[in-house]
Design a protein around this ligand. Structure first.
Ligand code: ZN
Length: 199
């Protein structure tokens, strides 16, 4: 039986790739990833669809720490800090990014590392920005056992900022649903220069 947590994303900086390269790597992700929703009742499945969760990495799955949290607290607005470094969850439907589908890049709201492409964004109808894959190497994952469930938390691979969770009920080609808090992201429209990495 395949373990749904046996595909940890490498904690490395993303490498620039063109459209063809990006899609090829997305295909590779499809081959290497086997996510499956546990067999649960409808109530639990409803909770499972949410992005929320509270805990930080430890043991075999540490979350990277680019700066001490105190420094991020000084840099970030309080609402973004709560999501990114206290594992907060924004209310469903509260982010304007949920309904944006213009071409561009979604970057970490803390360190500005590019995390997701608009090419992988889709409407999951959950009320959170959702993607079927992330940019190569940009997002790390770890088990999250809060709320009496085993889920997979995801975070920026550079600064460790909490992004959301990944589920196995997404669309082709990966079948993955990367459920992300809009406050953890900033959108850079295509044609605009990406900001320098921060931290
Ligand atoms: Zn980051």
């Amino acid at each position: 039986m395949s373990d749904m947590y046996d595909h940890w994303t490498p904690m490395s900086r993303p490498t620039p790739v063109g459209r063809r390269g990006f899609l090829a790597q997305a295909g590779a992700s499809l081959m290497s990833t086997r996510l499956a929703l546990p067999l649960l009742g409808s109530g639990a499945a409803l909770i499972l669809s949410a992005c929320g969760g509270r805990s930080r990495g430890s043991g075999d799955h540490p979350v990277p720490e680019l700066l001490p949290r105190e420094e991020w607290r000084d840099i970030l607005p309080a609402d973004r800090y709560r999501i990114l470094f206290e594992d907060g969850t924004e209310p469903a439907g509260s982010s304007p990014l949920d309904k944006i589908y213009e071409p561009g890049t979604y970057i970490c709201a803390a360190c500005f590392q590019p995390l997701f492409s608009s090419e992988a964004k889709y409407d999951s109808t959950t009320g959170w920005p959702s993607f079927w894959t992330h940019l190569p190497g940009a997002v790390g994952t770890r088990p999250d056992d809060t709320f009496f469930m085993r889920r997979t938390e995801c975070h920026c691979s550079r600064c460790g900022g909490h992004q959301g969770h990944v589920f196995g009920d997404g669309p082709p080609p990966t079948g993955e649903r990367w459920c992300i808090n809009g406050l953890a992201l900033e959108f850079v429209p295509e044609g605009q220069t990406l900001p320098e990495l921060r931290g």
